[in-house]
Design a protein around this ligand. Structure first.
Ligand SMILES: Cc1cc2nc3c(=O)[nH]c(=O)nc-3n(C[C@H](O)[C@H](O)[C@H](O)COP(=O)(O)OP(=O)(O)OC[C@H]3O[C@@H](n4cnc5c(N)ncnc54)[C@H](O)[C@@H]3O)c2cc1C
Length: 151
């Protein structure tokens, strides 16, 4: 045993509390599945639907700069030239047109699913699966199918 003469007042750093970061603020570059939303998502409330899909996949949400500029999601989730470069197993782009600055951050993903009501959007050309339609119809359908497949 070593006797130490340390008074509490000598300690300059003290651990008050260990705070675990919520999944929602985890680094998106680590996520295996990313559900990203763009201007086409239309409103902050609608991101709840994307979060639900990300949750069933145990992945993260993400977004285009338009989603960040509209303050629908935090800048930490921005994918692209001035955001994060991601390479998940599956990247699901919802209501994102596929501007070159966005593609720069996600085009090396293993598998890309694009959901867009405009079949001629650039993202639809680079996607492995292009789902043409309103995300409000397509995303709940995807959630239901994934849940069913899990059971
Ligand atoms: C220097 C510079 C750096 C940039 N850096 C980035 C960056 O890091 N990341 C980034 O993302 N962008 C970046 N941008 C911006 C980029 O050029 C685009 O403006 C942006 O990516 C567009 O975002 P979006 O695809 O969400 O929106 P939009 O281009 O407006 O596309 C919206 C899409 O949603 C579809 N849509 C609409 N309603 C629905 C619906 N109900 N259901 C399904 N689909 C629907 C539309 O058909 C459309 O394709 C940068 C630009 C510059 C100049």
């Amino acid at each position: 045993t070593i006797a130490m003469d340390v008074k509490e007042s000598d300690i300059r750093t003290k651990t008050e509390e260990v705070v675990k970061l919520a999944k929602s603020v985890a680094d998106i570059t680590e996520a295996e599945f990313i559900v990203s939303g763009g201007r086409g998502v239309g409103a902050k409330e609608n991101f709840a639907l994307l979060e639900e899909l990300a949750d069933v996949l145990e992945g993260s949400i993400g977004g285009s700069r338009a989603a960040i500029d509209n303050a629908w999601i935090d800048k930490a989730y921005q994918v692209g030239q001035t955001g994060k470069t991601v390479r998940p197993k599956i990247y699901i782009a919802v209501g994102i047109s596929g501007a070159i600055q966005h593609l720069a951050g996600m085009q090396d993903s293993d598998f890309i699913i694009a959901i867009n009501r405009d079949e001629s959007a650039p993202i639809m050309q680079i996607a492995d699966i292009a789902l043409v339609g309103d995300f409000k119809k397509v995303v709940p359908e995807l959630i239901a199918q994934i849940k069913e497949a899990k059971n």
